[in-house]
Ligand binder design. Structure first.
Ligand SMILES: *[C@@H]1O[C@H](CO)[C@@H](O)[C@H](O)[C@H]1NC(C)=O
Length: 330
């Protein structure tokens, strides 16, 4: 681990400080929170044991967790990510201010170490919504850093540089920084897979580490496919249901109508038939008018259906009843 290494480039011209810092050394959290702190180490220590030591003084600190000796209580976690030359220590249920040491164990020599101070506050000086962020390759990601003070606000890459304003590059990516009185948002544009790793918000005194993971973007294409499928399915099913229900209703109502009409016709015909049958009885009383009608009907029906019952009856009625009138008419 190297010591704090800050240098100014074109400070007089731009007023921008490209600070190179390899670790985070002042973090504030709310009581009971969990916090992950990344510790960068030299590539030559890849195979070494790493550990977290708790205590204000190096000589009197006691290890909390080691890569080869895990904490059985689960209060401390340690994870060595060799590709990023970083080991991450996670402290769960932070309850008091404490000093910690990120340490690389060196056999037969002084261990390589760097301290950080973890303090507790109900209103942390610097905080983020989440420490773990995920972005997609080619996409952008925005991190909100909530800061109480209006000191020099920066966005830094662990083992890389810091940026303070828009259009500067951090880890090869252009950033857009929007500053508000209580929050500054950092947007990294056109992410690449190699941008995965630890960054931190920095407002001068305090830091807040944020881990970024950049992955391929399979979700959006899948989503759009499923969405289109869903819409086509609904487009197909909904009208087809309507097409199915509408004609059936139509056919049923038509059928019912036809049946009603048929029944009505039948009833009408039957009634008419009965009337026709009963007519001769009525004719007994009213002779004159009925007779002329009967003869007329007879002529008509004989033309269409000569063998119908009505004709026979009628002729019989006519012949039976008043032959004298018939003679008169003819
Ligand atoms: C990323 O940000 C840039 C600059 O604001 C913008 O032009 C681009 O459309 C953004 N890309 C995505 C995927 O949102």
């Amino acid at each position: 681990m190297t010591s704090l290494n800050c240098f100014l480039i074109l400070a007089g011209l731009t007023g921008v400080c490209y600070c190179r810092k390899t670790t985070i050394n002042e973090v504030q959290v709310v009581r009971g929170a969990s916090i992950s702190i990344p510790c960068l180490y030299d590539s030559k220590y890849e195979k070494h044991v790493k550990y977290l030591c708790k205590g204000h003084y190096w000589r009197s600190c006691s290890y909390a967790v080691k890569t080869n000796k895990l904490d059985t209580n689960g209060n401390f976690l340690i994870q060595d990510v060799k590709e990023q030359k970083t080991f991450t220590v996670t402290i769960n249920h932070v309850d008091t201010d404490s000093y910690y040491w990120c340490v690389v164990e060196i056999d037969g020599g002084a261990d390589d170490r760097e301290f950080f101070h973890l303090s507790v506050s109900s209103t942390p000086a610097l905080r983020v919504d989440r420490q773990k962020m995920e972005g997609f390759r080619g996409g952008n990601i925005t991190i909100n850093c909530y800061s109480r003070s209006s000191g020099m606000r920066k966005w830094c890459k662990l083992g890389g540089n810091c940026v303070t304003s828009s259009f500067q590059l951090v880890d090869g990516r252009k950033v857009i920084i929007n500053k508000n009185h209580s929050v500054y948002s950092v947007t990294m544009i056109g992410l690449k897979q190699e941008n995965s790793g630890w960054y931190w918000c920095d407002q001068g005194q305090f830091q807040m580490p944020v881990h970024l993971t950049v992955t391929e973007r399979p979700a959006t294409t899948l989503k759009s496919v499923t969405v289109t499928v869903a819409t086509t399915v609904t487009n197909v099913t909904q009208p087809s249901v309507k097409e199915r229900t509408d004609p059936t209703i139509l056919f049923i109502s038509l059928g019912v109508l036809i049946v009603i009409v048929l029944v009505a016709c039948l009833v009408w015909f039957v009634l008419k038939g009965r009337q026709a049958k009963t007519e001769p009885d009525m004719e007994k009383t009213e002779d004159k008018v009925v007779y002329s009608d009967v003869t007329f009907q007879k002529k008509k029906t004989t033309e269409i259906a000569p063998e119908s019952d009505v004709n026979v009856i009628y002729s019989s009625v006519v012949s039976l009843k008043q032959q004298d009138r018939r003679v008169k008419q003819k």
